[in-house]
Design a protein around this ligand. Structure first.
Ligand code: SAM
Length: 273
């Protein structure tokens, strides 16, 4: 079932794959840890998985060990020979695509519902996350997102009102998904170790509240949280109809955005029409 593969470190040495800072590369080698990450999405036997940024393929191997059918998008050409060897070992279950995941149409590539798993550089991971959350079609073609973030960003995604980390990202993440912090990953697990701790967030689509669009909510939260610590009556001044919506909902305009529940933002956005 699982062909014998050379140890990852040996593959990296053979292909001269030093981690590139410019590409935000921090590799994971610990198989036990990688298996735990691959277990976060749940049963993967015969499930289609889109992996972004496989690098030399440590997480890819774990996903394959879990029985997934993996499509991996990697933009660093230097990693392709190592990934090619993995493809030779799993010809029916691994497809490697060279390219920039920010520029590719993931749904078209996958053509079927799929889980997404990724350990990406901070900026790329956040950009893709916001895009996955903001899709027009809901439920989306992805069935879950299992993503490595800096721990501080992971905390912002799952934060609840009044927590220090609560803000726009929490609202945009939670209004139509369930998001949880699945596990923390110590910086020493990476080669080279990044400056900060990391954490895996697991997100599944939930029912979408009616009468609200992602665009509306994006605009509203941008205004509400754009001027942190300001009262809503000040921060929402420039949003037509927002102050009336607050009144209709019985929300005191002297409150600050960070005290409102996700459902409050959904309610305001709905009234804005
Ligand atoms: N998944 C591997 C692991 O866990 O060891 C590598 C993780 S490393 C943090 C991030 C990987 O994403 C690198 O291999 C990098 O080349 C790749 N990458 C960065 N930006 C990308 C993009 N826009 N599209 C596809 N891959 C990207």
């Amino acid at each position: 079932m699982h062909p014998d593969l050379p140890p990852l470190r040996e593959v990296i040495a053979r292909h001269g794959l030093s981690a590139s800072k410019a590409l935000g590369q921090n590799f994971l080698f610990d198989e036990h840890l990688l298996d735990r990450i691959a277990a976060v999405p749940g049963e993967l036997q015969d499930i289609a998985v889109l992996e972004i940024g496989p690098g030399p393929g440590g997480l890819t191997r774990a996903l394959l060990r879990a029985g997934a059918r993996v499509t991996a998008i990697e933009m660093d050409r230097r990693c392709l020979p190592a990934l090619g060897e993995l493809q030779d070992a799993f010809p029916d279950r691994l497809t490697v695509i060279e390219g920039d995941a920010l520029k590719l149409d993931h749904d078209a590539i996958m053509g079927e519902p799929h889980a997404v798993v990724a350990n990406l550089p901070y900026n790329v991971g956040t950009a893709l996350f916001v895009r996955w959350l903001g899709g027009q079609d809901w439920p989306p073609r992805w069935t879950s997102l299992t993503l490595m973030f800096q721990q501080e960003v992971a905390q912002r995604i799952v934060a609840t009102p009044d927590a220090k980390a609560y803000g726009r990202l929490a609202v945009l993440a939670q209004w139509r998904t369930s998001a949880r912090l699945a596990m923390k990953v110590h910086r020493s697990a990476f080669t080279p170790p990044p400056k900060v701790m990391s954490a895996i967030v697991h997100v599944e689509p939930a029912a979408m509240p009616s009468g609200v669009s992602a665009r509306q909510l994006e605009r509203l939260t941008e205004a509400a949280f754009g001027q942190r610590r300001k009262m809503l009556r000040q921060s929402l001044k420039g949003v037509p109809g927002a102050l009336g919506a607050l009144e209709a909902m019985g929300i005191d305009p002297q409150r600050r955005a960070e005290t409102l529940a996700v459902e409050d933002f959904v309610g305001i956005a709905r009234l804005l029409g």
